[in-house]
Design a protein around this ligand. Structure first.
Ligand code: ZN
Ligand code: ZN
Ligand code: ZN
Length: 142
């Protein structure tokens, strides 16, 4: 979905596009890498925009509630956010936080039936999943 349709869809659903929201969406949308709140704060500062961390957390929460952004949790407890694009999983290095994207056809083939069972037992709808793997990258394993 192009970025202007994202803004339009959000507005059609009754959401305001504040300056913070617009800037944050553009950043995440264009970034090839997941970004932490501090990364986002620094990038916004470079554009001359000053927002405190709690505002950014609230906006990230808004984007996650709207299924536009996913959260990645690192073993250090750090969290990073990425724009939700094509479905994939992550492989994260425990030592240096290098990230690779992995696609797991076998898993994607079985998960829909598991999600159906979860729906049947909980009545939750729009069920999705997020799954990250951790290991040591080639550099760190040396
Ligand atoms: Zn590493
Ligand atoms: Zn990713
Ligand atoms: Zn998956």
């Amino acid at each position: 979905m192009p970025i202007h349709s994202i803004f339009r869809t959000l507005q059609q659903n009754g959401n305001r596009i504040t300056m913070c929201r617009r800037a944050l969406i553009s950043l995440l949308f264009e970034s090839p890498n997941p970004l932490s709140i501090l990364d986002l704060k620094a990038a916004l500062q470079q554009e001359g925009l000053e927002f405190d961390k709690s505002t950014l957390y609230r906006e990230i929460q808004f984007l996650m509630n709207n299924n536009l952004t996913v959260e990645l949790c690192f073993h250090t407890g750090e969290k990073k956010y990425e724009w939700k694009r094509e479905h994939h999983h992550h492989l994260i290095c425990r030592r240096c936080d290098a990230i690779e994207e992995v696609q797991l056809d076998e898993l994607e083939n079985v998960l829909p039936s598991i999600e159906k069972k979860i729906h049947a037992s909980t009545k939750f709808t729009k069920i999705d999943h997020a799954l990250d793997f951790f290991g040591l990258c080639v550099q760190c394993a040396k």
